[in-house]
Design a protein. Structure first.
Length: 247
């Protein structure tokens, strides 16, 4: 739920009229962050989880409507079993530890992707968080778990066919996991890689893309503000001409 006034948002160096409604983040670089420090990869994942609190809270406070986080892709299932077990443990810990504060700030949590792949303890923690926050009217926090953009499109098409609806843009959009969040305005990827990695392929069709070398555990509020200012300085034409009429 938005906390700051327009003047307070300007005090951060931001334009309150140019805050994206829907931000998506590929939270990359946890493992490399740990390796750089001579730490096990698990330490990087834990540091990445700890970085979530500040980003989620700031997005909520400045009035971002939806925030979609790429937490675990379908491709991540190929990682070593030990690392997957650590990630599952961190998911359970995160939801159990943060749910009360998120709920107090009117954040509504939604899992996107195929949650059935995870162990029962993970599914239970995520489902409890979704149930507890289902009626909240603040920030829509979509957490992508065992998610892939291509799989989402196939699933949406199947739902449309099951309901006897035509396969057009409107129908597919209605059956996407993020249907109530709309298209992405700004997609951020941390960690220095320059690709979208099968994330929200439909929803980012006209998103502004922002890539940073900063690894996710070091992605602070100040780093987010840089991305928001970069977004605010772009002219979004959606395939049209510039506002001054130039080609």
């Amino acid at each position: 739920m938005r906390k700051y006034t327009d003047s307070e948002i300007r005090a951060f160096g931001l334009n309150p009229e140019r805050i994206p409604k829907h931000i998506a983040i590929v939270m990359d670089g946890n493992g490399r962050w740990a390796t750089d420090r001579g730490l096990p990869r698990a330490a990087g994942h834990r540091a990445g989880v700890n970085a979530l609190r500040e980003i989620i809270r700031f997005c909520s406070d400045i009035g971002v409507e939806s925030l979609t986080l790429y937490a675990f892709s379908t491709e991540n299932r190929r990682r070593p079993k030990e690392e997957i077990g650590i990630l599952c443990g961190l998911l359970i810990e995160y939801f159990n530890r943060e749910i009360d504060e998120l709920h107090a700030n009117a954040v509504r949590i939604k899992s996107i992707g195929d949650l059935s792949w995870f162990p029962p303890a993970v599914r239970e923690a995520v489902q409890n968080a979704m149930t507890k926050t289902a009626e909240n009217a603040g920030l829509k926090l979509n957490i992508a778990l065992n998610y892939g953009g291509r799989a989402e499109l196939v699933h949406a098409a199947r739902l449309a066919l099951e309901h006897g609806e035509p396969l057009d843009e409107g129908t597919l959009s209605k059956y996407l996991d993020t249907a109530d969040s709309g298209d992405v305005d700004l997609m951020i990827r941390t960690g220095g890689e320059l690709r979208v990695s099968n994330f929200l392929l439909w929803q980012i069709a006209y998103a502004e893309l922002y890539f940073t070398d900063t690894k996710w555990p070091d992605f602070t509020r100040e780093e987010l503000i840089k991305a928001l200012n970069d977004f605010a300085g772009r002219e979004r034409r959606f395939g049209g001409l510039k506002t001054d009429g130039a080609k």
